[in-house]
Design a protein around this ligand. Sequence first.
Ligand code: MTE
Length: 298
Amino acid sequence: MKLKWSDVTPRSEYLNRRAFIAAGMASLATPALGLTGAPSAFSTDEKPNSLEDITNYNNFYEFGTGKTDPAEYSGSLKTKPWSVTIDGLVARPGSYALEDLAPDSALEERIYRLRCVEAWSMVIPWLGVPLASILNKAGVQPGAKYVAFRTLEDPDQMPGQRSAIIDWPYREGLRIDEAMHPLTIMATGLYGEVLPNQNGAPIRLVVPWKYGFKSIKSIVSITLTDKQPETSWQMLQPSEYGFYANVNPQVDHPRWSQASERRVGAGLLAGRQETLMFNGYGDQVANLYSGMDLAKYY
Ligand code: MTE
């Protein structure tokens, strides 16, 4: 589905629509997916960015390196049908249809902060399922310590892959406990609608306490492994981008400070805001890293 500007729903209307559906009248409302998803206890009550900001200020190098390139060029990505290969240390390896991994009936709304390593941030109302629910479908074997993800590789659909800025396909990874954490989701929608291509359709990872580059888009494969996987940004520039990439205001990027961030859409007068440890999710995730030197494992 392609969103046009005329489709943009004002936030107030969107909330009304949600209330309407909560009242059990889903069949009378828009046929778009997901509005079944109840807002989650994990959600922030900060004001979400507009759909316009969320879909026109993107990083998706498969469609160019400019912030508006993904909105302009991602129409060539064919998201239906879509399946994800799950293999490695799992009981039931195979190719899983998107509809089976994230059925509409299982979608939850998660309003999360997204903090990019470039020091800007947004608040995005995702729709998705816990990554754990997907991994459990395949059956994680006890020896699995890490999860490796890959984006589609097809330069005909992703013209940015004709330039060698990254060793394609885009790759990311998580430790198994990070992957199974209830905050970690695979999103298939946002603002109650199917995920726009520029945001990583049809299915992308969202790990809200890590820099945005960990949240890999348009995933075609998930591999459970006992070794820490190679990840795109670490392969490209290991002194600047680590495997963990936990948001940390005390560990600066070698070329800029990570102590503060610019909230996209906040306006020029708003000023920068303080960046929070683990992007404000420390209560939920700090225990995953107890005893680890987070300046070393950045
Ligand atoms: N995934 C792929 N495949 N390619 C990318 O270039 N960019 C990452 C991440 N996932 C990227 C990607 C970066 S740097 C960020 S900040 C987020 O996607 C941005 O997500 P958004 O455009 O939905 O806000």
